[in-house]
Design a protein around this ligand. Structure first.
Ligand code: FAD
Ligand code: MLT
Ligand code: ZN
Length: 489
């Protein structure tokens, strides 16, 4: 039975207290707009429940009123998944007040937290217990544990520790019908049937709202060694990775690639950023080792020797070892600011792709060909997680062309996605599908896969109340839209 907006707001106020129900165009703006500024679609209200029971009660109340619920974390997602899509009456449910560290177990090496905890706060809590939560991403000061679970976030240490999926031991989830599933177990082994938590990891808030998580902890590194190397090409970056990964297997925790185009953006837009090398190179790689036991000196020596060999054979043209923690962090600032700097420069057409590592260099060559052919003058900004075969292929419009005009016909994206498919890759390595890419999904997923995804959605959320307009293409259960097309950019 659909209630009017006034009914919905009244019911939510009664449930959560008026101070936790945000209404009105201006006050709702931050809840409705995404990090990239791509979309803004209206919500009836935004709510900030304080605990799992209040989240469950909110979901039940919205269901009773016939309105959809959009789970929202730190709102750093790149595909507008945590903000309303067009065409439905909906309430944004922000997890921000679920921000308690529930327990740290240093014998089990696990931490149990509310889903609204900021990732950095959980990293800090782990560090205070002499442990490490090894998920690291540039948005860690804002993104939440629930958001990183819902998107199966990757980041800069996946090469060593895997993505969020590999770190989740247990989950607590509010289901679309308002029931709470308590799967908050800290077990590493549990073969009692289907591993239900996997359904929710990476499902972008379409199957349930994560309210709590038990995560695995690792020993805190005793030392970190970083080097920034200059490279003439992507081929050289792959060659460098292949040369160091086995000798440094036990300590290599990051190998991150960025181009001179990306570095220029950072130097132009990030206050205090300084060019690391006297002369530019086509690409740079930030290599980091983390040493868990003993002294970092032997690892440093192995890295220095490996880099010296790579300089000798021409793979690497220049290199700087970080001589201090300040310098190490300055290297990271250059790499991690690429996105922010690109946004300050007007944004880009983003493609967040993976191809087999062995195909990366050929794939990038193909991308440059596509840009020259389909969009002459457009400016590629390619960076990312080379050790995972995961790259951000961001294409900035030609000078003087507005991003929206450049994005309109979708030709560049189609051609890049064709190349991704031809190389056996993925059109979303990290950021998910959200409301910007559902129409691309059938290009990658077979009918069988899509049908299975729809079956799961229909089983858990037959009324399509949770995060409608996200993830699944607009057919089957999602065909409830009013027809307004989500903007692609
Ligand atoms: P939001 O953006 O709020 O939401 C993302 C999705 O999760 C939405 O679909 C939302 O509905 C859903 N959601 C949020 N909370 C919950 C919950 N509790 N239960 C169920 N569903 C929920 N991503 C990477 O993977 N690797 C990177 O290296 C990386 N680097 C980034 C760097 C920058 C500068 C920025 C801005 C973003 C980066 N991202 C990266 C993307 C983003 O930070 C991640 O996708 C992150 O996991 C999103 O978390 P969030 O809390 O901000 O979620
Ligand atoms: C990163 O690796 O820095 C990100 O995932 C951000 C981006 O894609 O822009
Ligand atoms: Zn990334």
């Amino acid at each position: 039975m659909a209630g009017s907006d006034t009914d919905v707001i009244g019911a939510l106020r009664e449930l959560l207290g008026a101070e936790n129900v945000v209404t009105g165009t201006d006050a709702l703006a931050p809840f409705e707009t995404d990090w990239r500024g791509l979309v803004r679609h209206p919500a009836i209200a935004a709510v900030t429940p304080r605990d799992t029971a209040a989240v469950a009660a909110t979901v039940s109340a919205c269901r009773a009123q016939g309105v959809a619920v959009v789970p929202q974390g730190g709102k750093t997602g790149m595909v507008a998944g945590g903000v309303p899509a067009p065409g439905r009456r909906q309430v944004v449910l922000s997890l921000s007040r679920l921000d308690r560290i529930r327990a740290i177990d240093t014998v089990n090496d696990s931490i149990t937290v509310d889903a609204g905890c900021i990732l950095q706060n959980v990293q800090d809590a782990a560090a205070a217990a002499d442990r490490m939560l090894p998920l690291r991403l540039a948005s860690e000061g804002s993104c939440q544990i629930g958001g990183t679970i819902a998107t199966n976030a990757g980041g800069t240490q996946v090469v060593a520790y895997g993505s969020m999926r590999h770190l989740v031991l247990g989950l607590e989830v509010v289901l679309p019908d308002g029931r709470i599933w308590d799967g908050l177990r800290g077990l590493r082994k549990d073969n009692t049937g289907v591993d239900l938590k996997q359904l929710f990891i990476g499902s972008e808030g379409t199957l349930g709202i994560v309210t709590g998580a038990c995560l695995t902890l690792l020993p805190r590194p005793g030392g970190q060694v970083a080097a920034l190397v200059a490279l003439p090409s992507v081929e050289a970056a792959i060659a460098a990775f292949v040369a160091i990964r086995h000798p440094l297997w036990t300590v290599l925790t990051s190998i991150e690639l960025f181009s001179d185009d990306g570095l220029r953006l950072v130097l132009d837009h990030v206050p205090g950023a300084r060019a690391p090398f006297a002369s530019p190179s086509a690409y740079y790689a930030l290599i980091e080792l983390s040493v868990h036991t003993g002294d970092a000196a032997p690892a440093r020596e192995t890295l220095e020797e490996a880099i010296a060999g790579l300089i000798e054979d021409g793979t690497v043209t220049d290199a700087i070892m970080a001589e201090s923690e300040t310098q190490r962090l300055a290297f990271w600032r250059l790499r991690e600011s690429v996105s922010e700097a690109e946004r300050a420069a007007g944004g880009s057409l983003k493609h967040d792709v993976a191809v087999p590592i062995s195909a990366l260099a050929r794939f990038i060559g193909e991308v440059h060909g596509i840009v020259e052919r389909v969009a002459p003058g457009a400016r590629p900004n390619i960076f990312g997680h080379v050790g995972d075969g995961s790259l951000h292929v961001n294409i900035r419009p030609p000078e003087g062309v507005a991003l929206r005009d450049f994005a309109r016909d979708g030709a560049v994206t189609r051609a890049i996605e064709d190349a991704v498919m031809a190389f056996g890759g993925s059109i979303s390595a990290e950021h998910g599908i959200g409301q910007t890419k559902p129409d691309s999904l059938p290009r990658q997923k077979s009918e069988v896969e899509l049908a299975l995804m729809r079956t799961l959605k229909a089983a858990l959320d037959p009324l399509d109340l949770l995060n409608p307009g996200k993830l699944l293409p607009k057919s089957g259960i999602d065909a409830i839209d009013t027809g307004e097309t989500p903007q692609k950019a």
